[in-house]
Design a protein around this ligand. Structure first.
Ligand SMILES: NC(=O)c1ccc[n+]([C@@H]2O[C@H](COP(=O)([O-])OP(=O)(O)OC[C@H]3O[C@@H](n4cnc5c(N)ncnc54)[C@H](O)[C@@H]3O)[C@@H](O)[C@H]2O)c1
Length: 487
């Protein structure tokens, strides 16, 4: 895509969606445009090795505190700085570092203090765990100050700031990675390994989602989430389920998202009936104001003709699930609960009709056998350590371990800024499509054609001799799957 066309697409998006105010708040397309670095310039990008990785954590609330504790014990990492607007949050991190006998970190307090942290030459990496609308401003400030940017999910909520992050990463030659921990889940990496080995055949269809609302009903939501629910519709949390499925399908690396249709059920606020005491009393007034629907369902089609179902459920009760399904021409992988089956010979596969009792035993045994046979080499290497370290079943630890290892050894990261943009931009695109009765909305090609030649993510491992894991587990308890408050 030419720079001119690309500019037209950006303007069209802004004019259509009324997202201009948000885009401006996120670092803005209207002024200070970054220089475009070139198509796919950050694909397989590797920065010079960093023997010691000095991290500045911005936002030490719930997620940021867990991250700070995890990273403090990661081999070769130093928590050099942290930042928040809350003195209580700062105190918690300060006391943790002192109690565990780490060197005191430099502190940055205040709503704009992240800019000073980014400018400070004592950090190499800025790790952002702030409210959603701040992700992009922090990442942009970090890259413009020559620091690598790592941002929580979703990296940003609108198309324009996705472009801004892509262009800034290309222009500054700094990594910009979204911290999509679910790509490191044990089952997700199992599925990825099976796809890489071609066990399922060619992938044709995937299902992804974030269904995590039963728990949320009982809690008072943090204000940035409640504010989003009041002001928006669409899938505001697409990346946990979609990231892994996009990797199975080599999105941005041989294929790319083309367009989607999205539909959403009635706003939560309109569903609350007077006198229905089953809505949580404490949160009733908050829920009444929600514009967000109880359920959003989207269908994505890729340029190579594959289809992905992407679901999100908001505050309606549902057991925790990221769905995590991948259908191939010769087999299927379905998660929550895990079921895997592959055709040994044509016609012998899971499509055969069997009586339910036999089917269940058959599935369990075969699933267990596939699980054992195709466990991802990274999980074979460090899976037990990851489980001991914790963090959503160990995937938080594995994610951090991998990017730290890559930075230390001058390797490309597993996820790049194009992944960040393609996965995160769906917040705006789903919102736009559902507002137009599910009409198809194009998904931008953030690689500007480079997806045709970019190489798929391989089977990544680490050299155990290069990382000393003797302190694993010393950080203390970490978040658990489906039991964290919101995320
Ligand atoms: N990957 C995961 O599994 C996962 C899990 C939970 C949350 N998250 C993500 O992490 C992010 C934070 O979520 P959370 O639950 O920790 O929220 P939180 O409200 O607990 O924490 C946010 C922190 O940011 C601070 N903050 C606000 N404005 C700031 C500013 N201008 N400068 C510096 N700090 C500022 C707040 O004071 C707070 O301490 C969100 O993007 C969320 O989606 C990801």
């Amino acid at each position: 895509m030419t720079a001119e066309l690309h500019g037209q697409n950006r303007r069209k998006f802004l004019a259509n969606a009324g997202f201009a105010a948000m885009a401006l708040a996120a670092g803005g397309c209207a002024g200070g445009r970054a220089k475009v670095g070139g198509t796919g310039a950050m694909s397989a990008f590797a920065a010079p090795p960093l023997a010691r990785v000095r991290v500045g954590v911005v936002g030490v609330g719930s997620r940021g505190t867990y991250a700070l504790k995890r990273l403090a014990f990661m081999p070769g990492v130093e928590i050099a700085a942290f930042c928040d607007v809350s003195e209580a949050a700062m105190k918690r991190s300060r006391e943790f570092l002192a109690q565990k006998k780490f060197r005191p970190a430099r502190e940055f307090l205040g709503p704009e203090a992240y800019r000073d942290l980014c400018q400070w030459d004592g950090v190499d990496v800025v790790y952002a765990c702030v409210p959603w609308k701040l992700h992009a401003p922090v990442a942009l400030a970090a890259m413009r100050a020559d620091k690598h940017a790592f941002v929580e999910v979703p990296a940003t909520m609108d198309v324009d700031s996705c472009w801004e992050l892509v262009e800034t990463s290309e222009a500054t030659r700094r990594h910009c990675m979204m911290l999509e921990n679910c790509c490191y889940g044990e089952n997700e990496m199992l599925a990825l390994n099976m796809c890489r080995l071609g066990v399922l055949g060619e992938t044709v269809y995937g299902e992804a989602g974030y269904l995590h609302s039963g728990k949320t009903r009982g809690f008072k939501l943090s204000e940035f989430r409640a504010e989003w629910y009041r002001e928006h519709r669409g899938n505001y949390y697409p990346t946990h389920g979609l990231g892994p499925v996009a990797q199975y399908m080599n999105i941005n690396r041989g294929d790319r998202f083309d367009y989607l249709n999205s539909m959403e059920s009635t706003s939560i606020g309109d569903l609350i009936r007077a006198g229905d005491t089953r809505w949580n009393g404490e949160n009733l007034e908050t829920y009444k104001k929600y514009l967000i629907g109880g359920y959003n369902s989207s269908l994505i089609r890729t340029v190579n003709g594959k289809v992905i179902l992407l679901n999100l459920s908001c505050p309606v009760p549902h057991p925790y699930s990221r769905i995590n399904t991948i259908q191939g021409t010769h087999g299927v992988f379905m998660d929550y609960p895990l079921r895997i089956d592959v055709e040994d010979t044509p016609g012998s596969g899971p499509h055969e009709k069997r009586d339910p009792e036999f089917n269940e035993r058959f599935d369990r045994a075969r699933t267990a056998a596939y699980r054992e046979k195709y466990r991802h080499p990274l999980w074979k290497q460090v899976g037990e350590l990851a489980k001991k370290a914790g963090g959503h079943g160990g995937m938080d630890f594995l994610m951090d371990m991998r990017w730290v290892y890559c930075l230390q050894n001058g390797l490309p990261l597993d996820m790049d800024v194009y992944d960040l943009a393609a996965w995160s931009c769906l917040c705006e695109i789903t919102e736009k499509s559902q507002a137009r009765r599910g009409a198809p909305v194009e998904i931008p090609d953030f690689t500007r054609g480079a997806w045709k030649t970019m190489k798929p993510l391989g089977i990544v491992t680490i050299d155990l001799a290069k990382m000393d894991f003797s302190n694993v587990g010393a950080a203390g308890p970490q978040q658990t799957i489906g039991h964290s408050k919101e995320g």
